[in-house]
Design a protein around this ligand. Structure first.
Ligand code: HPA
Length: 295
């Protein structure tokens, strides 16, 4: 079986080349559509779509609500790639497969990664349907050495010991908050800390209390590995959680969560997310981007 060590730079290049041979203009922005949020990709008027199964070395998506396609096209005049369906650790994927698309995006020329996800609220004031701009994350699997950067480091992607300060780009967060205000979404848009857990079970009450005490505002089963790898290779990152449920932190509460409920909230809020992401993409000045010094 292949491991990170066996998957070489040249393999990422092979996948990138396959894609570049088939698209008109290389993407500068990559957008990962979280659970139930694949509809975001439908904003692209004339997207070129590839099923994951067509793309060399790409894993397949196995979760209901994740369709498993890369969609390339232009949004607000910027060349973008949408990932409809991501790969989760709970599906059984090794981390190198979870993050494979990010390194391929890097080789395609992507400068900015926008990640969306569905998450449960640990914060008293968040309600299902609210948005949380991710200020920072707690990577629970990563703290326990389930980190995508574990193993030999390829300096062509980034340094052995990358910093995670300002991982969720300050300017992009401020711009997104501004846009949320302008759209009249301020009452249900927050900024907070996302905690990644391995899943696939939702959290026990004791676990939810524990995560809250650690400083997490929302919890989900994705995002941190992709973000760590994006930051490692010098991308700017923006993250947005759609709060789909509250996570019970008391034994007397009858709150219960299921995957169908998560998908339903995703469907109800897809337009709101679409408007915010579209506004953010519109606001990005790519000339400024080119002038930014790589860290
Ligand atoms: N916990 C973990 N992941 C999730 C949740 C949750 O409550 N809701 C949506 N994804």
């Amino acid at each position: 079986m292949q491991s990170t060590e066996d998957f070489r730079y040249e393999d990422y290049e092979e996948t990138a080349r396959w894609i570049l041979d088939r698209i008109q203009s290389p993407p500068v922005i990559a957008i990962i559509c979280g659970t139930g949020l694949g509809i975001l990709a439908d904003t692209l008027p004339e997207g070129k779509t590839f099923d994951y199964s067509q793309i060399p070395h790409f894993p397949r998506s196995t979760v209901v609500g994740h369709s498993g396609q890369l969609v390339f096209g232009t949004l607000e005049g910027k060349s973008c790639v949408f990932m409809k369906g991501r790969f989760h650790v709970y599906e059984g994927y090794p981390l190198w497969k979870v993050i494979l698309p990010i390194r391929v995006f890097k080789l395609l020329g992507v400068k900015i990664l926008i990640v969306t996800n569905a998450a449960g609220s640990l914060c008293e004031t968040y309600r299902p349907g609210d948005l949380m701009i991710i200020r920072d994350h707690i990577n629970m699997p990563g703290l326990a050495a389930l980190n995508p950067l574990r193993g030999p480091n390829d300096e062509r992607f980034g340094p052995r010991f990358p910093s995670l300060s300002n991982t969720y780009d300050h300017n992009l967060r401020c711009t997104a908050l501004d846009i949320a205000h302008k759209l009249g979404h301020e009452d249900f848009t927050h900024e907070g800390v996302y905690c990644m857990v391995g899943g696939p079970n939702f959290e026990s009450v004791a676990e939810a209390r524990f995560l809250r005490r650690l400083g997490a505002d929302a919890v989900g089963m994705s995002t941190a590995p992709e973000v760590v790898v994006a930051k490692h290779c010098g991308m700017r990152v923006f993250g947005l959680s759609l709060i789909t449920n509250r996570v019970a932190q008391g034994y007397e509460l009858q709150e219960s969560v299921n995957h169908e409920g998560v998908l339903e909230v995703g469907k109800q809020r897809s337009q709101v997310l679409q408007d915010l992401i579209t506004g953010l993409v519109k606001s990005i000045d790519l000339k400024e981007e080119e002038q930014q010094e790589p860290e």
